[in-house]
Design a protein around this ligand. Structure first.
Ligand SMILES: Cc1cc2nc3c(=O)[nH]c(=O)nc-3n(C[C@H](O)[C@H](O)[C@H](O)COP(=O)(O)OP(=O)(O)OC[C@H]3O[C@@H](n4cnc5c(N)ncnc54)[C@H](O)[C@@H]3O)c2cc1C
Length: 523
């Protein structure tokens, strides 16, 4: 049997990829050995950008049901006193979604799988794993083994997407090396369910106690995630014992509710994780691609590993779909690795820095940190070192670097308020997964002249005129942003990142050059 795409691994990233590519109508096979969704969560946090991806996937309303907004996080010192508190309620919302929400991973995966499984063009081989992969430029050969019967089947596919996690078989089979940042850290990860008679306080804490750095995060409902750093002389088996975990939690429990004690809840799990910081040297080999943990692993202190995995899938989807549909040349697939590696490299380094800040075991370094963070209360700009908000801007890939350099190129365009809809669609959904040209506040004559250009045919009608009365400008966000960055015309990529833009001087000629440049990059 031959498929257009073989998706290896049906964890959250593979399920997101299956849903995205499935909707395109390709002939797809998904291979996964585990029969069921793992009912113990790992990831707990989404950012605003990944919630925009959910909007384009059509699952926003379902996601809304399973998230809890993070209103703030407080950093405490070893005495339990507040060092600094970040109020997230009024944090800027460039993506219009709240930038930090907590979610329930098993419920999330169920949503993703339900979406993917609506597609009759996907052949699900659940309960099987890939045991051999011969990656050929023209045709990948895969051997699949059914774990119940041990029966081997051979299939082929034009493209392979390796979403098979940290120990990726696809990565190994394609001989892709990884860079190890050598920042491994052991933490005990605990999931705890407080008795439902208590309504717990939803503040989140990072207990920067050099004697036992601890993370305390109410997730959704009464589910609380704890993380306790392992010290060099700890004995892991002892640490993981239920009695020990309850003792670790005890001094902090009053923060959740004044009346709870160490026996007021159910321990769902306590397991040691080694948090790695590892990045694949390339996210592509021939027609095989790596996404999610197969391509990058990161300490979870920014809550980004899964978010970036889904963004990998989203980045790959428009490029690979365009190539399969023969709209774009295969050369654009190289940019998948370039762009995603740049972002994930940044993400790993930022997460490692955050891990160092919160997890210091050194009394004197911890003291220096506490002084610094205390100063951040007085000078909020210093709080930047603790931020969870990043631009996620790539500087290389499919974007204009030379014609009209602008700080916005490679960045995601701001999203108007979520309540604003056109044709009953929010901005990203309305813009669809196509290249589009947006003209901001131009005079009629200028619009006509741009419209007459032969090159604009490239957009196949996806040309938008945003003047001050346009519904998507009504909250002022896009208006302010376009003015601040001096943007009169903008080429938007299918993933809502800015390809390039220009001001209004000689706009016709500038737009023409920009489109021709894009055309050369794609075709
Ligand atoms: C404690 C902790 C907290 C975290 N918190 C966050 C957070 O708040 N936010 C966030 O964004 N991220 C977070 N992360 C990271 C996040 O959990 C991972 O990045 C994400 O789960 C990776 O998903 P994945 O689908 O890439 O890989 P996986 O979930 O590992 O899925 C890979 C799948 O591939 C399958 N597979 C493996 N080999 C084969 C084969 N040969 N053939 C077929 N299938 C195969 C496996 O069975 C598995 O189902 C956290 C991680 C940890 C450990």
């Amino acid at each position: 049997m031959h498929y257009d795409i073989a998706i290896i691994g049906y964890g959250p990233v593979g399920a997101a990829a299956a849903s995205m590519f499935g909707k395109k109508g390709f002939n797809i096979v998904v291979v996964e050995p585990k029969k069921d969704i793992w009912d113990i969560p790992r990831a707990v946090h989404f950012d605003g950008q990944v919630q925009r991806v959910f909007q384009t996937m059509g699952i926003s309303s379902q996601i809304e049901e399973i998230v809890d907004t993070m209103t703030g996080i407080t950093f405490l010192n070893h005495k339990g006193n507040k060092i600094v508190s970040l109020d997230m309620t009024n944090a800027p919302r460039k993506n219009s979604y709240h930038e930090d929400v907590m979610f329930d991973q098993p419920k999330f995966e169920r949503i993703l799988r339900n979406e993917a499984e609506k597609n009759e063009n996907i052949d699900f081989k659940i309960g099987s794993y890939v045991s051999n992969l011969i990656p050929n430029e023209s045709n990948n050969i895969l051997e699949i083994i059914d774990i119940n019967t041990n029966q081997k089947t051979e299939i082929s596919s034009s493209y392979v997407i390796g979403s098979d996690g940290a120990d990726s078989f696809v990565r190994k089979s394609t001989n892709i090396e990884s860079k190890d940042f050598k920042e491994d850290e052991d933490w005990i990860v605990v999931d705890y369910l407080v008795d439902d008679k208590f309504e717990i306080n939803r503040q989140r804490y990072q207990v920067c106690d050099y004697r036992r750095p601890t993370t305390l995060l109410p997730i959704t409902g009464n589910h609380v995630r704890w993380e306790f750093k392992v010290k060099p002389d700890d004995i892991i088996e002892d640490l993981e014992k239920e009695e020990n975990i309850r003792n670790f939690m005890e001094p902090h429990l009053w923060r959740l509710h004044p009346d709870i004690d160490k026996n007021s809840g159910k321990l769902l799990r306590a397991s040691k994780y080694t948090f790695h910081a590892v990045l694949a040297e390339n996210f592509k080999f021939n027609n095989c691609f790596l996404i999610g943990d197969a391509a990058h692993q990161t300490p979870p202190f920014l809550g980004q590993g899964l978010c970036q995995g889904i963004k990998d899938a989203y980045n790959l989807c428009w490029k690979l779909s365009g190539v399969i549909e023969k709209k774009y040349d295969k050369k654009i697939l190289e940019s998948f690795s370039t762009e995603r590696k740049e972002i994930n490299n940044f993400m790993i380094k930022a997460s490692v820095e955050q891990a160092k800040i919160v997890g210091s075991l050194d009394k004197f370094k911890a003291f220096r940190r506490d002084v610094f963070l205390t100063l951040a209360r007085i000078f909020p700009k210093l709080q930047g070192v603790l931020t969870f908000q990043y631009k996620w801007q790539f500087k290389n890939g499919i974007l204009d670097k030379d014609l009209y350099p602008n700080d916005s190129n490679g960045m995601i365009i701001p999203h108007p308020d979520l309540s604003i809809k056109k044709d009953n669609k929010q901005f990203d959904e309305y813009m669809d997964d196509k290249f589009s040209l947006i003209l901001f506040n131009l005079k009629k004559e200028e619009i006509n002249n741009v419209n007459k250009l032969d090159s604009v045919k490239f957009f196949n009608g996806c040309i938008h005129f945003f003047d001050e009365n346009h519904i998507f400008m009504s909250d002022g966000k896009l208006l302010k942003w376009s003015k601040k960055n001096n943007i009169s015309a903008l080429v938007l990529r299918p993933d809502k990142h800015v390809y390039g833009c220009c001001d209004s001087k000689d706009i016709e000629s500038k737009v023409d050059k920009l489109i021709n440049k894009l055309h050369n990059e794609l075709i």
